[in-house]
Design a protein. Structure first.
Length: 285
């Protein structure tokens, strides 16, 4: 159990607090999610670890979508709490947060997308790839293994520019997600659809991106759903429906700005100015 510090005091199971914080984060309410976690007080080491780990996960999402820079401190805090445990609980999950943080930093270190290995430390890239493989092997269940496989695919795809090798990883992630994780399924479909789009198979891309949009909405993932809607705007432009594409992107920009998802807002605004958000390294060069 965990005690909330607000007045009047309330005693809630820690898993309820953590689940509520994650729901808030998926809705784009990152500061509220972190306030909820930071306001929880518990004497149980495992409960403190669960709260600290959730704080790192929420901060990572906030940094990615909201352009903040807070997760490093949260990872350090979670590391400290987990080190006090007599049993190694939560280590895989924290290592996965660390992996994602490094991936995001390498992909958007200067605030703009930087695809491919150019300008990046090859030793750091190799270590990141090794860590992703290790997480695949250490995963305690299929869903965790699927998430590790998903990020291995992203690393291969976006940091190593090995485009042909990535879809096999996404397919394994998709299979794991179909066993009961809508967000993992959505993530895999999103990136498989990106490859379909690059291959000019727009019908297959639409099928995957439309389903990904619905899955994200069902999971309450507001910023993820907005990013998916922007991909549907890309397909509208591809088929010559510029008015429809612009209308959809305008609403995505409006909604993203309203919840503080500044990176999605910038992508949507760029799209309205003619920038293709799906452009890879060749198109950007």
């Amino acid at each position: 159990m965990t005690k909330m510090t607000s007045t009047p005091h309330a005693v809630l199971p820690v898993d309820v607090v953590v689940a509520a914080a994650r729901e808030l984060a998926r809705a784009g309410r990152w500061p509220s999610a972190l306030d909820l976690l930071d306001g929880a007080v518990t004497a149980q080491p495992h409960h403190r670890a669960a709260i600290a780990l959730a704080g790192a996960e929420v901060a990572l999402e906030h940094d990615w979508f909201g352009g903040t820079d807070t997760v490093a401190a949260r990872i350090t805090a979670a590391d400290r709490v987990l080190s006090e445990l007599t049993e190694p609980v939560g280590l895989w999950d924290l290592d996965f947060v660390r992996l994602r943080h490094t991936y995001f930093r390498l992909l958007r270190g200067d605030g703009t997308f930087r695809f491919g290995p150019a300008g990046k430390d090859p030793d750091e890239l190799a270590e990141l790839r090794r860590c992703a493989l290790e997480l695949c092997e250490r995963a305690a269940d299929d869903v965790r293994r699927g998430w590790a496989r998903m990020y291995l695919g992203l690393i291969v795809d976006n940091l190593f520019a090995e485009r042909d090798a990535a879809p096999a990883h996404y397919e394994l992630a998709l299979s794991a997600g179909e066993s009961g994780d809508d967000l993992l399924t959505r993530e895999a479909l999103r990136h498989l659809g990106d490859h379909d789009h690059d291959d000019l198979d727009h019908a297959r891309a639409r099928e995957r991106w439309t389903r990904a949009t619905a899955l994200g909405a069902r999971a309450g993932n507001v910023p993820g759903t907005l990013s998916q809607l922007l991909l549907l705007a890309v397909l509208a432009r591809d088929r010559g429906d510029e008015a429809g594409a612009a209308a959809l992107a305008t609403e995505v920009a409006r909604w993203a700005g309203a919840i503080g998802a500044v990176r999605i807002e910038a992508q949507a605004t760029g799209f309205l100015a003619g920038v293709d958000p799906t452009a890879g390294p060749e198109e950007d060069s």
